[in-house]
Ligand binder design. Structure first.
Ligand SMILES: Cc1ncc(COP(=O)(O)O)c(C=O)c1O
Length: 326
């Protein structure tokens, strides 16, 4: 008899989660703490947002508010759009992403490749290409409300839906605990909806309240730190919207850490060249924070962060290969 167990997944939705956790021993060489990064770009939709996307649909199905054949509409800076487009393709829903024109075209094209429709909202006056500000998001919000009404759609509402936090609490946070065998001492992450930081924070604090949770923000827009916003414009796509999202759970956050555009971009490039991990700009921000924590932490500390998405999504910005800004 063949004693080997078949390992064929029933559908690609089952491939979400259990992403690899990888040590950054070159970048963190000589530091007292060790840094490890969870590679969320291994997920089928290509980012950390597959987990909350799937959770929003599954919790809505279970509650009876999302039914077969219905439209799903979401406002998105891009990765949640790609995650939802992917999840809707897997589950057979029709999907519309309402998106600011300030996002990179890669995400737009991904949504369309998964069969979704993109409604592009022009940027607010004075907006910068490749950067999405709070003002841009407000315009996107108004168009989203119109689309939901027109299509009688289900709105996952990622900024307000606690399913996003639960996805990271049940998944990402638990996995980090298990993959480090409980040795994780710090977790840091850049916040958009704050689903990642709140969910992972809850999962880890429940298991060990001494684990330090640090939220990363753009230097010029440190809203969660309670500081005055100097500018809402920055290059770190996927978050830093100079607002406090409804699902943000400050009770599990110990500190905030500011990152400049320059440091986020430089660290993103170092990560690709020195560790072979080509990730996006928010990942550069995350790793910069993790390295700063590792430099100050007691010997033996284990600092964990996440690679939110792949650098492939930013190639049109030419941020990976330019050496002049180093
Ligand atoms: C590239 C990127 N980084 C970070 C985040 C922030 O994740 P969260 O919304 O869980 O705070 C997002 C969210 O869309 C993202 O797309």
């Amino acid at each position: 008899m063949n004693s080997r167990r078949a390992r064929i997944l029933p559908h690609v939705g089952a491939a979400v989660g259990d992403t690899p956790l990888v040590a950054l021993d070159r970048l963190a060489s000589g530091l007292p703490g060790r840094v490890a990064i969870k590679l969320e770009y291994f997920s089928p939709g290509g980012s950390i947002k597959d987990r909350p996307a799937l959770a929003c649909l599954e919790e809505a199905e279970a509650a009876g508010i999302l039914k077969r054949g219905q439209w799903v509409v979401e406002k998105t800076s891009g990765n949640m759009g790609a995650g939802l487009a992917w999840a809707c393709a897997v589950k057979g829903y029709r999907f519309v992403a309402v998106m600011s024109a300030g996002n990179t075209p890669e995400r737009r094209r991904m949504i369309e490749a998964f069969g979704g429709t993109v409604v592009l909202v022009p940027q607010a006056r004075g907006g910068t290409d490749g950067q999405v500000s709070r003002e841009d998001l407000e315009l996107v919000e108004a168009e989203t409300a119109r689309q939901v009404q027109k299509r009688r759609a289900f709105l996952p509402d990622q900024f307000n839906n606690p399913a996003c936090v639960r996805a990271h609490e049940r998944g990402t946070g638990r996995e980090i605990w298990e993959q480090t065998a409980g040795a994780v001492s710090h977790f840091c992450s850049f916040a958009g909806t704050a689903g990642t930081i709140s969910g992972v924070g809850r999962a880890l604090k429940r298991r060990n309240p001494r684990i330090r949770i640090v939220v990363v923000e753009p230097k010029q827009a440190q809203t969660l730190a309670g500081k005055r916003v100097v500018s809402t414009s920055h290059v770190v796509q996927g978050g830093g919207y100079a607002m406090t999202p409804a699902i943000y759970d400050p009770s599990v956050v110990d500190a905030t850490w500011p990152v400049s555009d320059r440091v986020a971009l430089r660290t993103m490039r170092d990560l690709a060249r020195e560790e072979g991990i080509m990730a996006g700009i928010s990942t550069g921000a995350n790793v910069a924070c993790a390295l700063a924590l590792a430099a100050k932490a007691p010997r033996g500390s284990v600092i964990v962060t996440v690679a939110c998405d792949t650098g492939l999504k930013y190639l049109s910005l030419d941020t990976q290969h330019r050496r002049d800004r180093r």
